[in-house]
Design a protein around this ligand. Sequence first.
Ligand SMILES: Cc1ncc(COP(=O)(O)O)c(C=O)c1O
Length: 373
Amino acid sequence: MDKAGYHRDTWVEVDLDAVRHNVIEMKKHIKDKEVFAVVKANAYGHGELEVAQAALEAGATTLAVAVLDEALRLREHFKDVPILVMGWTSPEYAKLAAEHDIVLTVFQTEWIEQAARLLKGQTLSVHLKVDTGMGRIGIRSVEEAYDVIEACEQTHVNITGVFTHFATADEPDLKYYYQQMGAFKQWLKQVRSYLPDSLTIHIGNSAASMRFPDDMFDGVRFGISLYGLYPSEHVKEVEPIHLKPAFSLYSKLIHVKKIHKGDAISYGATYRASQDEWIGTIPIGYGDGWIRKLQNFQVLIDGKRYPIVGRICMDQCMVKLDQPYNVGEIVTLIGENQGSLVTMDDAAKHLETINYEIPCILGERIPRFYKNR
Ligand SMILES: Cc1ncc(COP(=O)(O)O)c(C=O)c1O
């Protein structure tokens, strides 16, 4: 393949059948309510166009992103699919969004007034965001809602949806979840009659949709589990639906050598061989998002686990082997290798973070290839 970015021995494989499987399972679980495929941040690092296509094929009906630029890129490829921007967009871009039939999220009266002036009669669809406890963006009271609704009524801004977002739906303790749920229902009761009859109400992320499928109103915003990952260890244990992970990260050994007792590996010479050892070099480093904190994390070669030793460099890192593998031997950094598995959750645990973060930080320099297009 003669394409820039495709001449290296480190790559991501995204299994689009896994994406389709996850959508189908979720659709069954929520009894055919709408699935919004959350493909923000380049589909959590998996590739927005390919994932969006697969999700739509499997029955997702809307694409949800965080920023307008993501929506505009998707619109070039998906002419007739509803696209929702879930984050804040400056009102100066309201006209641009309207021209591309992109639905924006609103929650400020001044926003509506400013947008209306720029829309010059053009109609914009919006979803109202209600902050029931996430504390990020959204209307916090019924009074604020009345103001925003009134501002919309006087303009060409049409409210077509309402949503909220849960802060703790993935946790074992559900007290705060129920508090948010109660707040939303209470808010809706007071506001519903002022909103259009046909309204899409969506409250659930992956965790809430998996755990409370019957409470999900008209649709769910399916993010992390679209990619086959559970939103937390707790939800993984409960496993309300069986997911298939879509993302694997591979590389190859590009150099293998024997070192002797006392020989050092990498910057700072912090790793010293305690005896004669085989060391392999892998062409991935923190410049790819394979960050230094992954030192001592294990990779798979020939179905066996080998530790990353010495400091991870910008473009390369080294593993300690128990035999002189050939240059070109496949290394699995995330995924399966001859029946053994290193999961995204293993990497997240090592990094003391959440699985969401890992595919997002693995940079564009690593090409994404697609299985089962
Ligand atoms: C507003 C909103 N809805 C839905 C999602 C999807 O959440 P999850 O990836 O946990 O399914 C996100 C992701 O952060 C979000 O910000």
